[in-house]
Design a protein around this ligand. Structure first.
Ligand SMILES: [Zn+2]
Length: 298
C-alpha cells in the first residue's frame, strides 16, 4: 500500500549509489513539488530553491527512510517542513533590524528540519503506533473506494479535516442529521475493530471526530485519502466513473487538498517553465545532491 514498486526499485538503486536512479527520482517528483511550493511562494526561484533543499533533505535522510512509507508522502513532508522553516525565518528576519540579522545563524532545530521526523517523533503516546494507525486508516479509505462508499468517505473528511459539525455536514450534503450521526457511528465502529485487530489503541474522540486534532493532523500529513497520480490523470480527462469524478472534485475543491492540487497543476502543465527551465532545475538539484549518494562499489 505504501511505496509503489517503481519507487522501491529506485530507492534501492540510489542507496547503492546509482546516479541514474537518483536522476529518475528527481524527474519523477520535481514537478509536483515545485507546483506545491508555487502555491505558497510568489517567486518561482524561491520555490525551486526549496525543492532543491527538499531533495537534499531526502538524500541525506535516506539511511533512515522507512521504505514502508510512500516516497511521495515523505517528500511532501520534507517540503512542508522546509516551507515552515522558510516562513519562520522570514518572520524572525522581520522582527530583527537588518544590522542585527546574523545570516549565518541557523535555527536551533536546524538538524531536525532535514527529515520529517519532527512530526513523527514529537507526539506523546502515539508515535510508535502512528504507522499502524496510518495503515488502518488507509485500508479503510481504500475499502470505501473499492466499494464506492464515497458518501462515508466524504462525511468523514468533512468532520475530520474540515472540522465541521454534524449539522453543518448534513446541510451541506442535503442529508438528515441522523444520517450523518449514523455514518459516524458506523465508521467509528469499523475503525475500532480494525485498530483492535492491529493491536493498537487510538482514543477516538467519542462521538466527536471534528475535535480529534491528532486524527486531523495524521489525515493531512500522511495524505490518507490522497489520490493516486494515475487517478488524478484520469480525472483530468473526465475518464473516471461519475461517483469517482465527484469524489475527486470534492477532495480537491471543497477539502482543498494541496498535495492533490499540486499534482493536478503539474499534470495540467500549469507550471510556466519551459523544457529548458525544467532541465536546468533538474541539473541543479542533481549537481547539489550527487555528493551525498553513497559510493559503495557494486
Ligand atoms: Zn489529496
Amino acid at each position: 500500500m505504501a511505496t509503489d514498486e517503481g519507487d522501491a526499485y529506485l530507492i534501492d538503486a540510489v542507496q547503492r549509489g546509482d546516479q541514474d536512479a537518483w536522476n529518475d527520482i528527481i524527474a519523477r517528483y520535481e514537478g509536483r513539488l515545485v507546483s506545491f511550493a508555487r502555491r505558497r511562494l510568489a517567486e518561482r526561484a524561491e520555490a525551486e530553491d526549496i525543492v532543491q533543499e527538499t531533495f537534499l533533505g531526502l538524500v541525506r535522510s535516506l539511511p533512515n527512510y522507512d521504505r514502508r512509507r510512500s516516497l511521495e508522502t515523505y517528500l511532501f513532508a520534507i517540503l512542508r517542513n522546509k516551507l515552515i522553516d522558510h516562513f519562520r525565518k522570514l518572520r524572525q528576519g522581520e522582527r530583527q533590524s537588518l544590522d542585527q540579522l546574523d545570516l549565518n545563524e541557523a535555527p536551533s532545530d536546524w538538524l531536525d528540519v532535514e527529515t520529517p521526523s519532527r512530526y513523527l517523533a514529537d507526539r506523546e503516546g502515539i508515535e510508535a503506533q502512528r504507522g499502524v494507525l496510518v495503515d488502518v486508516l488507509r485500508e479503510w479509505v481504500a475499502k470505501c473506494q473499492r466499494e464506492h462508499r464515497f458518501q462515508d468517505l466524504i462525511v468523514v473528511e468533512m468532520l475530520v479535516v474540515l472540522g465541521l459539525r454534524n449539522k453543518e455536514v448534513a446541510s451541506d450534503l442535503g442529508l438528515g442529521e441522523t444520517a450523518v450521526a449514523g455514518i459516524k457511528f458506523r465508521v467509528l465502529e469499523q475503525w475500532r475493530r480494525a485498530a483492535e485487530a492491529a493491536r493498537i489503541k487510538h482514543d477516538w474522540q467519542e462521538g466527536d471526530l471534528a475535535q480529534d486534532s491528532t486524527l486531523a493532523r495524521i489525515w493531512q500529513e500522511e495524505g490518507i485519502s490522497c489520490l493516486k497520480r494515475s487517478t488524478l490523470g484520469r480525472y483530468l480527462l473526465g475518464a473516471l466513473e461519475d461517483d469517482w469524478q465527484q469524489y475527486v472534485e470534492f477532495h480537491v475543491s471543497l477539502l482543498a487538498c494541496e498535495r492533490c492540487s499540486a499534482n493536478l497543476d503539474d499534470l495540467r502543465g500549469e507550471d510556466e517553465r519551459d523544457d529548458a527551465g525544467r532541465a536546468s532545475l533538474r541539473e541543479r538539484v542533481f549537481a547539489s545532491s550527487i555528493g551525498f549518494l553513497s559510493h559503495r562499489p557494486e
